[in-house]
Design a protein around this ligand. Structure first.
Ligand code: GLU
Length: 287
């Protein structure tokens, strides 16, 4: 197995923009410099937002940028049986519970009893107040087509860790970053691991897919870094290895705002149509 295997994992929910180009080129350059592998993963688990035409556009844009990948791309929509197996295993360990709360329910429960208090936010959105936690008998059969949350307190009890650490290499040296188990309860809470409208969730699939692809180095934006502690916890729970992480800086627009998918003006396809070259794109992102 290569010592350095990394991946680029775009969601086919819109055009790739300069920020994606930077992330993909950086990971690709690192893999090539290390004599390792660069893999592609299409994060199309959210079937309500993913479109085949955006997936085609991803392959086209990356190829135009001069990026090559070393294996067939992995598509999350082909991986549902793996996600299901992991969810069943967690359910059988009584670490999941079904949740019927809407965002509005959560906001209402979080701001009570002090009227007007703001609900607390963690890396997975509003921190869940636990309304549904004790409502279902976890010895019943696996609930199909329901949102499932991880009982964070019980999950922590199921690991033998008091903190969750990973190696961050974006500063050019090894930095060990840790989150305590206590912080996981207060600052993260009971995250959603399977959604009602589709099986699985970003956090679950990303850790299963990184392990399935043998990823040793995750290169991705700093915007996702707050979620990494969740991924390390899930790797522990599921007996998967924790890769090394490199969370790179973000490409911003002239107002300092992070680029969004809907920002068509900075789409790779738009620059291409304007006659820019792949080297122009490299210069624009500082590579
Ligand atoms: N699919 C995610 C995105 O497009 C990337 C997730 C990751 O690299 O872990 O933002």
């Amino acid at each position: 197995m290569a010592d350095f295997i990394t991946r680029f994992a775009p969601s086919p929910t819109g055009p790739l923009h300069l920020g994606h180009a930077y992330s993909a080129l950086l990971a690709h350059d690192m893999a090539r410099a290390a004599g390792g592998k660069f893999l592609l993963r299409v994060e199309d688990i959210d079937s309500t937002r993913s479109r085949p035409e955006w997936e085609d556009q991803i392959y086209e844009d990356l190829t135009w940028l001069g990026i090559t990948w070393d294996e067939e791309p992995l598509r999350q929509s082909d991986r549902l049986s793996d996600y299901k197996r992991a969810l069943h295993a967690l359910w059988n360990r009584a670490l999941l519970y079904p949740c019927t709360c809407t965002r509005r329910d959560i906001a209402a429960a979080s701001s009570a009893p002090q009227e007007g208090a703001e609900p607390a936010f963690g890396p997975d959105g509003m921190i869940y107040p636990g309304t549904c936690r004790a409502k279902t008998d976890r010895n019943l059969g696996f609930p199909e087509h329901e949102a499932l949350r991880l009982d964070m307190q019980d999950a922590l009890g199921a690991t033998d860790r008091s903190e969750f650490c990973y190696n961050e290499q974006s500063s050019g040296k090894d930095e060990i970053l840790c989150t305590s188990a206590q912080n996981m309860v207060h600052d993260v809470g009971d995250i959603v691991l399977s959604r009602r409208d589709f099986l699985g969730s970003y956090h679950l699939s990303v850790v299963l897919d990184d392990a399935a692809q043998g990823v040793t180095h995750v290169v991705r934006g700093k915007d996702i870094q707050p979620a990494t502690q969740i991924h390390v916890l899930l790797q522990n729970l599921l007996g998967l290895p924790t890769p090394i992480y490199h969370h790179h800086g973000l490409i911003r627009d002239e107002n300092g705002k992070r680029l969004a998918k809907r920002d068509d003006a900075r789409a790779i396809a738009t620059y291409r149509a304007e006659g820019k070259s792949p080297d122009d794109i490299r210069r624009m992102v500082g590579l």
